[in-house]
Design a protein. Structure first.
Length: 244
């Protein structure tokens, strides 16, 4: 996990430095129509100020790192439960509980782990199998949801930081007006533009992470449903073969 965070932080820094080399310097800025989308985005990012825009960028980088880590983990946790159940039932019929446990040991995913815990208590009766399956199912759910609270934090934090940057930027704009001693529309417009950019970037980050967050939640719900259905089927198989 730490290596993944470090990779994204380095990638984000490298990207910003590479874009900065081709970005127009202040005072010799090119017209908006002459800039590519990435250059325009970088220009707005710089205009927004490094204090809050940098923190919003960190939220995006860390959030995406968590999203990728969770996506890989959940994809690896996805199991063909019907095939696993058939293999376990065949092993029970041919070699008993030990053979079924061996099948579970050689299968990746939370469903196989739950099956193994249930089979390990098969000689203690159906009730103990049910308790073991329920208890270990809760452990597996915790592993599936690990890190999701941090993604939710970044989703909430990014727009709040953007709003804070906007408020501080508006205060700065009014201070500039007070210092100038007159209502210069150019000063006001520039200050308001810079202030609003932080809100825009904060909302963009939150939207991006929210889409991935909902995808991960749907993926977790699907795996949990498979776990529950498979656990019920396992107990039925054990009763059928009188292994519990």
């Amino acid at each position: 996990m730490k290596r993944l965070f470090a990779f994204f932080a380095l990638a984000g820094t490298t990207f910003a430095m590479a874009q900065a080399e081709g970005a127009p310097v202040e005072g010799g800025a090119a017209a908006p129509g002459d800039l590519t989308f990435s250059q325009q985005l970088l220009q707005w990012f710089i205009q927004g100020g490094p204090e809050f825009m940098g923190i919003v960028l960190v939220c995006l980088i860390l959030g995406l790192a968590l999203v990728i880590e969770r996506t890989v983990y959940l994809n690896l946790a996805t199991t063909n439960t019907k095939k696993l159940l058939n293999d376990v039932e065949s092993a029970l019929a041919s070699g008993g509980v030990d053979a079924a446990k061996e099948v579970c040991r050689n299968t990746r995913g939370p469903v196989a782990s739950i099956f193994y815990q249930g089979l390990d208590r098969a000689d203690e009766g159906v009730e103990m199998v049910e308790k073991s399956v329920v208890s270990y199912g809760g452990v597996q759910m915790g592993l599936l949801e690990k890190g999701m609270s941090w993604i939710g934090l970044f989703i909430a934090l990014a727009p709040m930081l953007g709003f804070m940057g906007t408020v501080i930027g508006m205060i700065q704009a009014f201070e500039d007006i007070a210092t100038a001693g007159s209502m210069d529309i150019k000063v006001v417009a520039t200050g308001i533009k810079v202030a609003l950019l932080t809100t825009v970037f904060g909302l963009v980050v939150a939207i991006i992470l929210q889409i991935f967050y909902n995808y991960l939640i749907a993926k977790i719900d699907s795996i949990v449903n498979d776990m529950e259905d498979a656990s019920i089927s396992l107990i039925d198989v054990l009763v059928k073969h009188k292994a519990a």
